[in-house]
Design a protein around this ligand. Structure first.
Ligand SMILES: NC(=O)c1ccc[n+]([C@@H]2O[C@H](COP(=O)([O-])OP(=O)(O)OC[C@H]3O[C@@H](n4cnc5c(N)ncnc54)[C@H](OP(=O)(O)O)[C@@H]3O)[C@@H](O)[C@H]2O)c1
Length: 160
């Protein structure tokens, strides 16, 4: 209860950031080598899109898995207008399909890139019935654990 209240009014947690902190504030002062690669799910809107924008400004190479390639391409173009030198790769992945997740992992592995950070920011199941929502959530978690286990050997997490 106390934690929820602290979150709602934006008091910083152990990380030093709270719900009022912006993505720009979080990465301020963090040095990022241009060789770093980040996969960001859910980057076509909301928090994922903002995370992608800010990490591209920091010079990271981004890989954006998305079920809607048109939306993802629009996000890439918008980010590249602000950060013209950013390298952003859009690949298809629908987190409601394990086959699609496996295909994404294979495509990513075939690029031969390191993986320095994996940011899971999708929000599966908004438009589903409750039964499908639960099924989707389970698949979401299992899918992300699968991605994590397949891709983790490629690199270590980004250090602050
Ligand atoms: N916003 C907040 O204040 C807040 C606060 C705390 C926690 N969160 C959590 O943070 C996460 C993101 O929130 P948000 O507000 O940024 O959500 P959002 O704007 O609704 O974005 C959701 C993202 O997930 C993607 N997505 C949904 N289903 C997918 C699927 N089956 N396969 C691939 N991608 C899929 C969407 O892609 P499409 O473009 O294809 O729909 C979209 O890019 C959520 O889990 C939310 O609960 C949000």
């Amino acid at each position: 209860m106390r934690e929820a209240f602290r979150y709602l009014i934006g008091i910083a947690g152990p990380s030093g950031f709270g719900s009022n902190s912006t993505a720009e504030e979080v990465v301020e002062g963090v040095a990022c080598a241009p060789t770093l690669t980040a996969i960001i799910t859910g980057a076509t809107s909301g928090i994922g899109a903002e995370t992608a924008r800010v990490l591209a400004k920091k010079g990271l190479r981004l890989v954006l898995p998305a079920r809607d390639l048109k939306r993802a391409t629009e996000v890439r173009e918008r980010i590249q207008r602000e950060s013209p030198h950013s390298e952003i790769i859009v690949l298809e992945m629908d987190l409601s399909s394990f086959t699609s997740i496996q295909r994404f992992c294979s495509q990513f592995l075939s690029l031969g890139l390191p993986l320095n950070t994996l940011i899971d920011d999708d929000h599966y199941g908004r438009e589903c019935t409750s039964a499908l929502y639960v099924e989707g959530l389970v698949l979401d978690v299992v899918g992300l654990l699968f991605m994590d286990s397949v891709l983790k050997p490629l690199g270590s997490p980004m250090q602050k």
